[in-house]
Structures are given as structure tokens and as C-alpha cells.
Design a binder for this molecule. Sequence first.
Ligand code: GDP
Length: 451
Amino acid sequence: MEDTIASIATTLGVGAISIIRVSGKDAISIVNKIFKGKDLEKVASHTINYGYIVRGDEIIDEVLVNVMKSPKTYTREDVVEINCHGGISTTTKVLELLFLNGARAALAGEFTKRAFLNGRIDLMQAEAVADLINSETEKERKIAINSLTGYGSTLIKNLREKLINLISNIEVNIDYPEYEDIYEVTVNDLKQELTSIKTSLQEIIKQSEDGKIIQNGIKTVIIGRPNVGKSSLLNQLLEVEKAIVTDIPGTTRDIVEGSILISGIKLNLIDTAGIRTTDDTVEKIGVLKSLNSLDEADLVLLLLNNNEKLTKEDLELLEKVQDKTTIVVINKNDLPDKIDIAKIKNLPIVYINTLTPTGILPLKDKIKELFNLSKLEQSNYNYITNARQLAKIKECLNLITDIEDGIKKEIGLDMLEIDLKTIWNTLGTIIGDAYEEELLDELFSKFCVGK
Ligand code: GDP
């Protein structure tokens, strides 16, 4: 981290102001070389300085320069931010001058990576920075900011603390059996501690499901044979003519996507090609895609026509969705009931029509009820939702199961202690206490340049 890095921190385009961020031990001296105004090497830290960016005698831009000296900065290094006039030409010119004077282009996420490597934030918090930048809804933002301010980190650190106490006690017992005044850890103590840690970890996993819904929305697949009203339902939900509605069976041949908010939660909608046996090659691909999308769905809306008897295809679809979170949506309730409803078993049913916005309200209510969306609305947004972190937590839960098996087999504490240490280490990788360089590269490459 000897290099001084620079990049545009704002979006490159036409705007009132662009901010160019420079970080590293030479940040101040490099900017000073192209700045006309006060001597930046002599100004106090955390000051804003008016002046010009120059190349020799030529004035490039009129700017405000923030000088922030280590360690109270984003990266914990010296950081200078140049507020120049927005616009591609000015911004890139200033950046170019910085490169000519010794800075190098920052890689994606490199400022945040430095904040992590310099110990200002842990890995969970660094990942939260990316989530914060990428958050699209208010709720996603709240989860990310809670994570950034240390909710998850504290949770993990507390569990590690419990573990290290246990491990050190066991070690003392093993290394100094002659010390009688030291508490001897029993298998029962170990069991108790493990149960408490396991409960906490399981709770994190359980809550993460809600968190994931808040963060990623509910992936909802609308499925049903042609002409039952899938496109009409999607349009009514999206309130726009996104999918083509016609009365010719098989018109929607590809997957159409769109999102709506229900109680502030994103419902990511996928309308599928009507599922039916067909010889049309394009339509066949669509049908195949529809069936595949079922596998990834959090919610399946299986549409049926109220005005027709159930067909063989309807019954096959009902069979296919039995083990999925499904709502059977009986459409066209404005027409006479002909559907043989008694054949539908074990699945929640709603009656709707897509003729008016109010016709689909029973469906929205059912979705709220099924996912407990009103409860999620009152959430405190303290969740761990990051896939990498959750995978590590699951690894720890498996290790706990191994130890529990070991206890049953009466394996000695000295052997079980090895697994305890592995759990402690694995929890450590969540917050970045132990990390591999490739992991960091992979993780920070997902950031935007300038962050
Ligand atoms: P898809 O093939 O499943 O996507 O079905 P569409 O949405 O294209 O609808 C097929 C036909 O059913 C169209 O003529 C729609 O106008 C009609 N339709 C859709 N929903 C309703 C409804 O709730 N009531 C009535 N009466 N007709 C509907």
C-alpha cells in the first residue's frame, strides 16, 4: 500500500461538481504540485481550500480541495478530495494531471480495501459499503447501514469471545492439570456453551431469510397454461402494458420481468410462456424456461381460469408446485364459476379478475399474509444477508454438529478443542480477522472505482 491512488469518486458525466479522491502517503504533496492557492502541505487537517488546478501557467479548473490527514480519514491514510467542476473533460484532465505527478489509478473498491487493511472497518463492514451503494430500496439501505455501523460484527465478535474463553479454559486444564484452583471445564459446560452458540447462529440464519426478502425481494413466477390471464395479471400488477395481451394462445413466448412494491417489499415478477405441449420451436424454449424458473422462485402464482374445468395441464402444474410456496390464483372471477375447485388440495387459493386494479387486491393481501410482510415492515433491519457470511455461519453450525457427535462418542475435550478452534477461526473469516488475498480481490472487485 505504498502507492498513492486516485480516481473519480462521483459518476463521470455532466454535473455541477465532480469529486476526485486521492489517498496515500503522497496524496497531499501530489495534489500540491498541481494546486495554486495555499501550500497544502502546511494547511491544517480537515480543511477546505480554495484555489486552482494548474498545469504550468495554464489554469485547468477552479476548485475546492479537502485535505484530510491520516488517521482520521476513510482509508486511514492521507486523503485529498478535489471538488472540481463537473463534466467529462475537466474531471479527466485533473485526474490525468494527478497520474502525471505520481498517483496511480485506483482499482475497484481499493479505497474501501485500504480502510479494511488499515483496520478502520472489518470485512463485514466493507461488504456493507458495497451493499449500501447498491441498495435500491429504503429497506435495503437500512439493512446495509446497520451492518456498516457494526451490527453483524458485534454479534460475531461476541460469539468469538465466548468461544475463546471456553478454548482457553480447556487449554489451561490440559496444560496445567496440577493447578487445582482453576475451574475445570466439564463436558456439560461444553454442551451448554455449544447450545447457546448454536442457537445464536441458527437465529442469524433464520432471520436472514426475512432479511433476504427485504434486500432482494420475492422472486415471483407467474405460471399457468395459455390464455388463463398471466400477462393480464402482470400488467395489472405493474400497471403498465409490459407483456403483450392477446387472446391467441401462446403469445407470451419469453420471460418478462418487472418489480412492484407490496408493503415496501419488492416483488420481482416473472411472467412465463404458457405451459403447454407445443411443436413451435420458439415457444418450446419459452416453455422450458418457464419450468426452469420455477426452481428459483420464492413464490409461484399458479393461474387457473374460473370459467373452465381444470384441464390435464392444470392438474400437472398443480402437481409440480406442491412443494413450492404457491398461491393458486383463480382468475376471471367475473365470469361464471365452472372450475372444479374440489380437486385443488393443500394450497392457498384466491379468486381474482384482472379487469380492474381492485380485482387483484385479494392476491396482494394473500402475498402479504403468506410472507408476513406487515411484520417485516416493522423490522429493526438487523440482519446478516451476505451470502459469503451466511455460508461461513452454516460451516460453523456443521462443526458444532461434529462436536456434538464427538461428545456422544466420548471423545476427549483435548480433541474437541481442535474443532472449537476451527469454529473460532471460521467466524474470524467473516469479519476478516483471517483472510486470503484472493478473497479480498474477488470481494473488492465488485465495488465501483472510487469507493
Ligand atoms: P396469458 O396467455 O395467460 O398471458 O393470458 P392473457 O393475459 O393474454 O389473457 C388471455 C385472455 O383472457 C385475454 O383476452 C384477456 O383479455 C382475457 N382475460 C384476462 N383476465 C381476465 C379476467 O379477469 N376476466 C375476463 N373476463 N377476461 C380476462
